[in-house]
Design a protein. Sequence first.
Length: 238
Amino acid sequence: MTDVEELPPAPDEARTVFGERLPDAVRYAELLADAGVRRGLIGPREVPRLWTRHLLNCAVLSEAVPEGVSVCDVGSGAGLPGIPLALVRPDLRITLLEPLLRRTTFLQEVVELLGLEHVTVVRGRAEEVLGTLTPVHVVTARAVAPLDRLAGWGVPLLRPYGEMLALKGDTAEEELKAARAALGKLGVVETSVLQVGTGVVDPPSTLVRVEVGESPGGVRFAAKRAKAARAGRSRRRR
């Protein structure tokens, strides 16, 4: 039996969430179950729960994203949550930011296959694209890093009064509490934990929302990290 054959059919909730883009969501799920597994982007054990744990869990993030804004999905990996969000929100301008070549190759293939003209794939780390990527309204992330470290990558990418939306699980409140000091240094002015997808996914998806003020912080520190990382790679190549 192949991994594709193990992929369950789309649940009824998927039609409600994806609407007329459901066929594209199905195609994306098939790609994850096939090429995604073969290329090591997701584990084979995730295939039976692709819809509930991954596609729908990510797509409901759209409930928290304002209309018509720019979004950067940091550490996009196999496209979660960026691709599901793009399927349900054609009004957004989405950048999928991912440092690994095999993943960006997959992401570009998906974007072209599904005709997602409002999505751009960029290879690089968050600190490396500072100054080249236009600051965005919203940064999204899922299963990338603990909140304090994630904020150090994501907040510098925000424009004034932007927000970072991080998909978290049961540890959301604990991570937020532990990260408050670091968030304050980054210019964060408000934080909250909210649930989205009630009635669609069980349990609902948990988001940590981090909002910045007029001056998002961490830009200078992130630039120093990028410079140090480039120097380290240069020394290793010698």
